[in-house]
Ligand binder design. Structure first.
Ligand code: SAM
Length: 198
């Protein structure tokens, strides 16, 4: 294996995490919209502890099981609520007082690594979910989306996210896009959207 390079530029997931790291604090409420194997859920749990809450969604029972195991091993389950449902139902599954209170909503699209590659995020539910997520963010809240244009089925979804994010009004939302410019269409890309304070 090649030695790791401490000065390599951030990957899309690194970029999302670095933005979250400086904007999510203890006591905050956040969503992991795609729990998967729980890496992002645990990352968020560490940011909101003590006193905060992570609501983590996944459609697959295996993902919920895997995330629960990771959280238990890290003694972080107590601040997390695991929800076995599609993220586009977040408005139905979160307590009403979460509306307008969320500091961040995190999407990492695609399939559960090591599992069925046909169970992937889908354009229509992803678009419905990012839209409702924006509505539930607090002013100053951050939405991050890591999308995979190079994966089977990920191309159209990534394009739809790009079209949606690019069309958000600039007076209400800041929008940033990180992608490897010399590998466009092949590597994961990150969208970061911040709801302006007013
Ligand atoms: C790339 S993985 C997420 C990786 C994860 N964040 C981690 O840190 O391990 C994508 C996940 O999205 C889940 N997923 C697919 N469609 C979904 C939906 N409509 N709602 C919630 N989760 C969904 C998949 O089951 C899969 O576990």
């Amino acid at each position: 294996m090649a030695p790791s390079d401490p000065h390599a530029l951030p990957t899309s997931v690194d970029f999302a995490h670095s933005l979250l790291q400086s904007r999510v604090n203890s006591g905050d409420w956040v969503i992991d919209a795609t729990a998967g194997n729980g890496h992002d859920t645990l990352f968020l749990a560490h940011l909101v502890m003590p006193g905060g809450r992570v609501f983590a969604f996944d459609l697959q029972a295996e993902a919920i099981t895997s995330t629960r195991a990771r959280l238990i091993a890290a003694d972080a389950l107590a601040v997390c609520t695991l929800i076995h449902d599609s993220h586009h139902h977040l408005g139905l599954r979160l307590p009403a007082e979460a509306k307008g209170r969320l500091a961040a909503v995190v999407f990492n699209l695609g399939w559960l690594p090591g599992h069925d590659k046909t169970c992937i995020t889908k354009t229509d539910t992803t678009l419905a979910a990012v839209q409702v997520a924006l509505e539930w963010l607090r002013p100053g809240g951050l939405l991050t989306v890591v999308a995979y244009p190079g994966h089977l089925g990920g191309d159209a979804e990534s394009q739809a996210v790009a079209t949606w994010a690019s069309s958000l009004p600039s007076n209400t939302h800041e929008v940033r896009h990180l992608c490897p410019a010399n590998r466009q269409g092949k590597s994961p890309e990150c969208w970061a959207i911040r709801k302006r304070l007013s």
